[in-house]
Design a protein around this ligand. Structure first.
Ligand code: SAM
Length: 255
């Protein structure tokens, strides 16, 4: 068996042509209407009569159904390859997308809601970039507007003492291992997949954060926590929660 290691980072970041071509299929469970609809319901509520900004819009998993519900959506993404898949879908051409890094890229106008889902804040691998992202979002929100993040709680309690690697997916054709660097607050997800009899590997670096660190980033950007749930149906956030959906607001009296 041949193992193909794909280590390079292209202009498209880690979501290059090869990843984009299989993204919807490999994340199929995240496209299930039972997963997507509660996300869209909450974002429709938060958007009100305003516009929505999606950071890391990807292939439009959330943006397309949100736009279909009547919310004007604009996206930012690094990956031309991912955005090409969005463009090829019904309604995709009508969604404005700016290619760039969502920590720093600016777009025209203001928004009543900005959102960053599916752990994508962790794709920014330094604290400085994550802080810049919060500041960038705050600059795009209208007073009273909200920033929503969906991200996992670091799974350090599940890491046996002294070990650094934890399996997050094991099946007949796919294996996923998370490798922690606790001192640097880093996490590399190693994906191995059998594709046409070949084993392919993709390793993607992340920076994990506790909810309280994100609250501090929001504070630095002039926002404050409005809500924190463990899911999109507003389930309570507890010590057992594996992820959180957090909503920060830009004060209505800010400029
Ligand atoms: C896990 S996918 C999520 C896509 C989509 N939001 C969804 O929920 O299916 C992450 C997306 O964020 C984009 N991305 C990652 N880091 C980025 C950055 N620093 N600036 C802009 N886009 C970025 C990737 O290109 C990719 O399209």
């Amino acid at each position: 068996m041949c193992v193909r290691y794909v280590p390079s980072v292209h202009d498209d970041g880690y979501f290059d042509e090869r990843v984009a071509a299989r993204y919807d299929e490999s994340a199929a469970e995240m496209f299930d209407p039972a997963v997507v609809e509660p996300v869209v319901d909450l974002l429709v509520d938060l958007a009100g009569s305003g516009r929505a900004l999606e950071l890391g819009i990807g292939t439009g998993r959330i943006a397309l159904p949100l736009a279909q519900r009547g919310v004007p959506v604009h996206g930012i993404d690094l990956s031309e390859a991912m955005v090409a898949r969005l463009r090829a879908k019904p309604g995709g051409e009508a969604i404005g997308v700016t290619i760039g890094d969502f920590a720093t890229t600016t777009v025209e106008g203001t928004f009543s809601v900005a959102y960053l889902v599916f752990n994508t804040i962790s794709n920014l691998t330094t604290q400085a970039a994550q802080v810049a992202c919060f500041r960038n979002v705050a600059a795009h929100l209208e007073p009273g507007g909200c920033f929503v993040i969906e991200v996992g709680v670091p799974e350090l309690q599940r890491l046996p003492p002294g070990e650094t690697i934890r399996a997050f997916h094991v099946s007949e054709t796919r294996w996923g291992l998370d490798e922690y660097d606790v001192a640097a607050q880093g996490l590399t997800s190693h994906h191995f997949e059998l594709v046409d009899g070949r084993l392919e590997r993709l390793s993607v670096p992340f920076r994990y954060t506790w909810p309280s660190e994100l609250d501090l980033m929001a504070q630095l950007a002039g926002m404050r926590l409005r809500e924190r749930w463990s899911g999109w149906k507003r389930e309570p956030f507890t010590s057992e929660s594996r992820k959180h959906v957090s909503v920060w607001e830009k004060p209505a009296d800010s400029r």
